[in-house]
Write a protein that binds this ligand. Structure first.
Ligand code: NAI
Length: 246
């Protein structure tokens, strides 16, 4: 087990990619603190993590609220004494063409997807600096690299997350902390279930490997980025998109 006795925080872990990452980390031996806004679903993930023999802390946290993020980090420290890994995964979409995009939808997406990652990175970094050890992985998107009509808010949030990744990687490198981003393409989750059949067919034509990705494809890359096998990698943005953007 590559992550025995390590502690990880995963945000937005009640379902989809976040849940898959939390279970993958637990499977490698890590104890896990997970947060989300969906308490019932968090309870279910907790029981799956405990069934693997790991400890699990759950917290209902809106990642856009800095105080709640700090509280969760403090509770995780009380329970586990250290925080080795942070996965900033919580994310939302509120799609509309720019001309029709409501200010509140711009603000909501930027707050969850970008400020949420800032809140948690800031809250864990003192502990990671003291430990002289930390792995932070931000779940960005290929949309943050290539843009997308109807997703100006989402693209801006994910491009911002890439900027946050590179800046925090530079600030924290000499403190023993690696910060990287993963940029998934189209992965089968509730987020992409919203696509129409027409959109899905159009999307598949753009993917050389010929299928949508699975949450496990993202979790496998995250496992590599939090392991010692990637210790000389920081500030990187790695796509997991079936070859869609090259
Ligand atoms: P999802 O919608 O299935 O899961 C997102 C989770 O975040 C949910 O459990 C939700 O309750 C939680 N969440 C939402 N707002 C929150 C808040 N304010 N505070 C805490 N938790 C909150 O989405 P999925 O597909 O699992 O996405 C996970 C991440 O991967 C997101 O950051 C998303 O942008 C990114 N991503 C997903 C892709 C896809 O094709 N599914 C592609 C590229 C990136």
């Amino acid at each position: 087990m590559k992550l025995k006795d390590k502690t990880a925080i995963v945000t937005g872990a009640a379902r989809g990619i976040g849940k898959e990452i939390a279970l993958a980390l637990a499977n490698e031996g890590a104890n896990i603190a997970i947060c989300d806004i969906d308490k019932a679903a968090l309870e279910q993930v907790k029981s799956e993590i405990e069934a693997l023999g790991r400890k699990c802390l759950i917290a209902v946290v809106d990642v856009g609220k800095s105080g709640s993020c700090e509280d969760m980090v403090n509770k995780s420290l009380d329970k586990f004494s250290r925080i080795d890994i942070l996965i900033n995964n919580a994310g939302i979409t509120r799609d509309a063409l720019l001309m029709r995009m409501k200010e509140e939808d711009w603000d909501a997406v930027l707050t969850v997807n970008l400020k949420g990652a800032f809140n948690f990175t800031k809250a864990v970094c003192r502990t990671m600096i003291k430990q002289r050890y930390g792995k932070i992985v931000n779940i960005a998107s290929i949309i943050g690299i290539m843009g997308n009509a109807g997703q100006a808010n989402y693209a801006a949030s994910k491009a911002g997350l890439i900027g946050l990744t590179k800046s925090s990687a530079k600030e924290l490198a000499l403190r023993g902390i690696n910060v990287n981003a993963v940029a998934p393409g189209f992965i089968q989750t509730l987020m992409t279930d919203k696509l129409t059949d027409e959109q899905r067919v159009a999307m598949l034509k753009l993917i050389p490997l010929g299928s949508l990705g699975k949450p496990k494809n993202v979790a496998d890359l995250v496992l590599f980025l939090v392991s010692d096998a990637s210790s000389y990698i920081t500030g990187e943005v790695i796509k997991v998109d079936g070859g869609m953007v090259m």
